[in-house]
Design a binder for this molecule. Structure first.
Ligand SMILES: Cc1cc2nc3c(=O)[nH]c(=O)nc-3n(C[C@H](O)[C@H](O)[C@H](O)COP(=O)(O)OP(=O)(O)OC[C@H]3O[C@@H](n4cnc5c(N)ncnc54)[C@H](O)[C@@H]3O)c2cc1C
Length: 483
């Protein structure tokens, strides 16, 4: 429905009456047992002003479009979708969820690998229309959380500013930052969440929190805030002077055998240790084809050239790109911008090659013998591994300089089962080998012990925040923090 008209409002009030009765019955039972009922605030139907919020149900024309997510593999049909236009709208949506006793998920950019920004029965709070951005005099940028990365880059790059965040155009800044966030500039400037200075958050009861400085809630949102205990509606980021150029180095190798791919991987690990903080590297094994990408944006490129030359020796093809203007160069990494069928997940954070040496033959031989499997290792490290940044966040994996991921993409649903089977076999090999640390923004629904894998030693801290902000566990998805 384009507007929340009077007839619909009356319909909801009637439905809402059921919720009210349930609350009344609960109090009656307490009275029967002689227990004095606590003075709980009974949720009331909020005012749903169309300038703040519109609520849709399955019969509404707009509903289908609002259920679209980046991952076509996971299609869900929520009972209600609340399209919010500002923080007041999100407050109304949370009050609506409390009134109707609905579980809540939140959607910003809709890129969750496992569909955690949708649900089959509750309420989706959709922030995609919230896209205001405001510059502050100190070059920090306050954004509403419906913004996607290309919108941020379009705003920042003409002003010669950057934020260390991801490269894909349509990923949401909210989900990315709340789980950590990394990209080409992270080894120099830290994770995306490390640049987060202030937030506005709506908790499970619909209360608004403004958090900054040493706030425990802000800290929890730096690595542990994805759909766990509150809806973040605004983020203020520190930004940095943009570099003058950006350069990409590539090596390719074809028709790989397991032993040759392993040798290339070992060489990649050996030399990536010496990269300057301005550089980033990725090892991308797609079936039997390898692409190594190294990027840099500073004149100091000794470590980069050493790595490139070592890999060039044992590759089939190698190229050094020209020094390109940043905006132009970044656009070449924007990636696919429409929904696709895929399964991606973290395949572990590692300290070094030795940590995976015992299982990597098995992993590589599975990847090169299966259709459509991609194994990728990316560099973290550099200034991400900072104890002062660690103190202000709950990202537990700073001491791991390598983040790996497994990916598979396909065209038809009929291809899904075999892809998922091969995918899981590789994940099982890493698990058996003791790989347990995983990146929250690369979730896998099949991770055992996912809470400790994602949050490590910060889990108790996060559970305390969950208890404080959402004691009824209204905000939840299949891997949200449990009470
Ligand atoms: C193509 C692609 C490229 C990627 N590239 C990178 C990359 O370069 N670097 C990187 O670090 N990650 C990358 N990622 C992973 C990405 O960081 C996560 O998928 C991220 O969670 C997406 O955020 P979103 O807002 O788009 O997704 P959504 O699906 O909207 O949300 C993702 C999760 O965050 C929660 N959430 C969203 N908004 C809010 C909010 N406002 N308040 C509270 N919780 C919220 C949701 O509940 C959900 O659990 C990539 C993902 C894809 C699909």
């Amino acid at each position: 429905m384009s507007n929340y008209n009077r007839r619909d409002f009356a319909k909801l009030m009637m439905l809402g009456g059921i919720g009210y009765t349930v609350f009344s019955c609960a109090d009656d039972k307490k009275q029967e047992k002689g227990v004095t009922p606590e003075k709980e605030a009974v949720p009331t139907m909020p005012e749903l002003l169309p300038e703040n919020i519109k609520i849709y149900q399955k019969a509404d024309a707009e509903y289908q479009d609002l259920t679209i997510r980046f991952n076509k593999r996971i299609q869900q049909a929520p009972t209600y979708i609340a399209q919010c236009f500002n923080t007041e709208g999100v407050v109304a949506a949370m009050q609506f969820a409390n009134f109707k006793d609905l579980k809540v998920v939140v959607k910003s950019g809709g890129h969750s690998f496992e569909g955690f920004s949708s649900t089959n029965d509750g309420l989706v709070i959709d922030l995609a229309e919230m896209k205001k951005m405001d510059w502050n005099p100190d070059h920090s940028l306050t954004v509403e959380t419906g913004c996607i990365l290309k919108e941020l880059y379009n705003e920042m790059l003409p002003k010669q500013r950057i934020l260390p965040s991801g490269s894909c155009a349509t990923v949401g800044i909210a989900g990315l930052t709340l789980g950590g966030g990394y990209g080409f500039f992270s080894r120099k400037y830290g994770l995306t969440c490390d640049s987060l200075q202030e937030i506005t958050l709506v908790d499970g009861k619909g209360n608004i929190h403004h958090e900054s400085g040493t706030s425990a809630i802000l800290k929890a949102c730096k690595g542990g805030g994805n759909g766990n205990f509150g809806i973040v509606t605004k983020m203020k980021f520190r930004t940095y002077q943009a570099p003058k150029f950006f350069q990409a180095y590539r090596c390719k190798a074809y028709k790989l055998t397991t032993s040759r791919a392993k040798k290339l991987l070992e060489t990649w690990f050996t030399h990536s240790k010496n990269l300057p903080t301005t550089a980033f590297a990725a090892f991308v094994l797609n079936g039997k084809t390898l692409t190594v990408l190294i990027t840099n944006y500073a004149d100091d490129n000794k470590g980069v050239l050493d790595m490139y030359n070592a890999l060039k020796e044992i590759s089939d093809k190698a190229t050094i790109g020209s020094k390109r203007p940043l905006a132009k160069a970044l656009r070449t990494f924007y990636g696919v911008q429409h929904p696709i069928y895929f399964k991606n997940a973290c395949a572990g954070l590692y300290k070094d090659f030795a940590q995976i040496e015992g299982c990597i033959d098995d992993v590589i031989s599975k990847v090169i013998s299966s259709r459509g499997l991609i194994y990728q290792v990316n560099t973290l490290g550099g200034n991400i591994n900072s104890s002062s940044l660690e103190k202000r966040s709950v990202f537990p994996h700073r001491s791991y300089p390598y983040l790996s991921e497994l990916q598979s993409y396909w065209d038809k649903p009929s291809q899904e089962a075999s892809r998922l089977e091969a995918f899981q076999e590789v994940q099982d090999r890493f698990y058996k080998h003791g790989i347990r640390a995983h990146y929250r923004n690369y979730p896998d629904i099949n991770f055992k012990d996912f809470e400790t894998s994602y949050y490590g030693k910060y889990l108790p801290e996060l559970k305390k925040i969950k208890q404080q902000l959402d004691p009824e566990n209204r905000i939840q998805h299949p891997q949200s923090i449990s009470l």
